[in-house]
Design a protein around this ligand. Structure first.
Ligand SMILES: C[S@@+](CC[C@H](N)C(=O)[O-])C[C@H]1O[C@@H](n2cnc3c(N)ncnc32)[C@H](O)[C@@H]1O
Length: 684
């Protein structure tokens, strides 16, 4: 449940807990399968008869997440946009048009086409030509009135000229001339002037094209950032990871990742799409519901006023899978007070069809073999859920959540195999009882949801972006100085196989909703590639780390900093250097050498061999210079350059010294900050 939750789910939960007597609790506790737990709880009168009609009524009243589109408001906002245009405030008009588009009902396609055309004018004035062209395309597809079309064709032609796409501009000017014939409300003189201008432009353009030998137009500009690339080939068994990573297993730690060869700091080890990725409700009107990118020119869902998309592609993906079902239940879910984890648990179902689950239901008993694919629900089903360590109270609580989500799933039309077409009429929803026809489905899907909730507790990741203050004109902004903001959640099934260390070897960042995992240390072949579940040894004392990990993830951490009781960053001493034993035989020992040591040959206490520290001291001087260069590049926002310097610094450190020591973690921390700067960011 969300921390400050109020609302339907909380009340439902409290009401059940108050109604259950010891006998019922005992009966529940003795049930051995999730299927039985769901069926039993669903059959109890306190669940079936739970009255939700009053709470549902509250949703109808709208507020932050209205249940329906609103023509009147949409038209008002359009008018506000037009007024802003008259004042020459194009930025403000764009905001009004955006809001109007989101609220405009789908059936008012002509009205919508007009707001899109108006928005294209604003975008054109703001010199966002590619966006202008997209909106013109959209407004024409929606049936923009024929007598006004000359305007958007002419705008299209001018945009194409600005983008130097002259061949296409010729067609657009020709369309303008044809469309002027239909401009019945335009006075004769204006029409004549526009026609003459367009003809003149056509002449100039055609001549220019002939003179230049009819060159091809430049490709339309792609506004999607380049996709990150794995370092090395894909792992054959775990294709989201690189072949440098192997997934190993042992009885105490379960599955975990280790290096299959020496890994260098800076290598990209994993790139993975989310499974069940959801955006937090607070970002539903600023970020694309599908790819999580910040979205300044939103495309609305045709049916609901609560989510936006960055492109037709994202809209199409969402509508054909999860959003088709979630469209009308989102306000209910968001206002119910249940957590983002509940939403992910539901999304893990809605993103696939009922048929998909029916086909794999039998397979779920066995762990799947073959390549471990991100989209394959069977893999997620077998992630760690610690089912047999759960308390009765925990299972009861999650079963209640599952039942609440089941009810939403039923309302969404999921069990009938087709999304509901209209928003939920209040009279339809009186109690929590499930429709008799859905009882069998409820038992099967309730089990899956319950399993999802258990799995998510240990395997979900937060999705974040870096938010930077909007730079004033001409001023530079530094992404590493931005704030990391939690915008959503998801399971990344391959990353979920990585265990924790309080001294992690990786950093994760996001490109849209896709996660990228990058090494921030050099990791030797055979060593664990560990991620971090929260507490880091440099900042959190051991007892706190141990108790946090035990409480949240149910294991005793035995990482090196925990086992050897490494000091926090602030307590690391600079009085001696931790030299690696440099003997001929491989020796893993560390030789602490006082800072003011006058000897240059020091003896290893373990293998008794001598290490010449002069060579090491010389290379440490080089690391200082390299590190300073990296810091300087970072301060100028040249992250690629800074990353290279930090990687070189770490390489030199690793030939000489063994962590923990301050300068090593300074460098790791800066490398991490630079890597984070490569991910999602937005201006606030
Ligand atoms: C996200 S999963 C990691 C993958 C998991 N080991 C598996 O087999 O699928 C988290 C769970 O892994 C185990 N785990 C993670 N880090 C661990 C560590 N450092 N030592 C022991 N167990 C760990 C705990 O059981 C934890 O709840």
């Amino acid at each position: 449940m969300s921390k400050d939750s109020e609302g339907l789910f909380k009340n439902f939960h409290e009401s059940i807990n108050n109604s259950l007597d010891d006998v019922v609790r005992n009966n529940f506790a003795n049930l051995e399968s999730n299927e039985k737990r769901i069926s039993y709880l669903c059959s109890l009168p306190c669940v079936k008869n739970y009255d939700i009609s009053k709470e549902i009524k509250k949703f109808e009243s709208g507020g932050e997440f209205p249940v329906k589109k609103d023509l009147e408001k949409a038209l008002q906002l359009k008018d506000e946009g037009n007024k802003a245009v008259q004042k020459g405030d194009w930025g403000r008009s764009l905001q009004y048009y955006n809001e109007s588009i989101i609220l405009m009902p789908e059936i008012k396609s002509e009205e919508l086409s007009i707001v899109l055309a108006n928005r294209s004018a604003a975008l054109n004035h703001l010199a966002q030509y590619e966006d202008t062209l997209r909106d013109i395309q959209r407004c024409l597809a929606l049936g923009y009135p024929r007598h006004l079309r000359y305007k958007v064709y002419e705008r299209r032609a001018r945009c194409l000229l600005a983008l130097k796409r002259n061949q296409e501009a010729v067609t657009a000017f020709q369309n303008t001339i044809t469309a002027l014939d239909e401009a019945k409300n335009l006075d004769k003189e204006k029409r004549l002037k526009l026609r003459t201008d367009a003809k003149l432009m056509l002449e100039v353009l055609n001549k220019g094209l002939v003179l230049a030998g009819n060159p091809k137009d430049p490709e339309p500009f792609k506004n999607t950032p380049p996709k990150p690339k794995l370092s090395g080939k894909h792992n054959k068994l775990f294709p989201a990871a690189s072949e440098t990573v192997e997934i190993a297993f042992d009885e105490t730690r379960g599955r975990f990742a280790k290096a299959d060869r020496d890994i260098q700091a800076g290598e990209i080890l994993l790139i993975e799409e989310p499974h069940g990725g959801v955006l937090l409700s607070e970002f539903s009107k600023s970020h694309c519901q599908n790819c999580f990118n910040k979205c300044l020119i939103p495309l609305p869902c045709p049916k609901c006023p609560n989510v936006i998309f960055c492109s037709e592609k994202c809209l199409d993906i969402a509508l054909k899978s999860y959003h088709g079902y979630e469209c009308h239940i989102l306000p209910l879910l968001w206002k119910s007070g249940c957590s983002v984890t509940c939403h992910i648990a539901l999304r893990m179902i809605t993103q696939n069809s009922k048929d998909y689950f029916m086909k794999i239901m039998q397979d779920l008993k066995e762990k799947p073999t073959g390549p471990y694919k991100t989209e394959d629900y069977r893999n997620i089903y077998h992630l760690v859920s610690h089912e047999n360590k759960r308390t009765k109270q925990d299972i009861l609580h999650r079963t209640e959540m599952a039942i609440f989500l089941l009810k939403l799933l039923e309302i969404s039309g999921y069990f009938n195999g087709s999304p509901r077409k209209i928003s939920i009429p209040i009279d339809e929803l009186k109690t929590m009882a499930l429709d008799e026809q859905c009882i069998d489905d409820a038992a099967s899907f309730g089990c899956l949801i319950l399993k999802n909730l258990q799995v998510l507790q240990f395997n979900a990741h937060e999705v974040f972006e870096i938010q930077c203050l909007k730079p004033k004109d001409g001023t530079r902004f530094l992404k590493h100085e931005g704030k990391s903001v939690f915008i959503g959640g998801a399971v990344y099934p391959t990353l979920a196989l990585f265990n924790h260390s309080c001294e992690p070897g990786i950093v994760r960042y996001f490109c849209g909703s896709r996660i990228v995992v990058c090494a921030v240390k050099n990791i030797r072949k055979g060593e664990e590639v560990a991620e971090n579940y929260g507490p880091i040894f440099t900042t959190v004392p051991k007892d706190k780390r141990q108790s946090q990990l035990k409480e949240q993830y149910w294991f005793d951490c035995k990482c090196l900093p925990c086992e050897q009781n490494w000091p926090k960053y602030e307590d690391m001493t600079e009085n001696y250097l931790r030299f690696k034993c440099d003997s001929d035989q491989p020796c893993s020992n560390v030789i602490p050498v006082p800072y003011d040591c006058m000897e240059f040959m020091v003896q290893c206490g373990l293998c008794q061999q001598y290490t010449n520290i002069l060579k090491g001291l010389k290379s440490l001087q080089d690391t200082e210079t390299l590190y300073k260069l990296g810091r300087a590049a970072m301060g100028e926002g040249k992250y690629g350059e800074a990353i290279k310097k930090f990687i070189e610094t770490l390489k030199l450190y690793d030939t000489t010294l063994a962590p923990p020591y301050k300068s090593y973690y300074d460098c790791v921390q800066d490398l991490r900050s630079c890597m984070l700067s490569l991910g999602n960011y937005s201006f606030v």
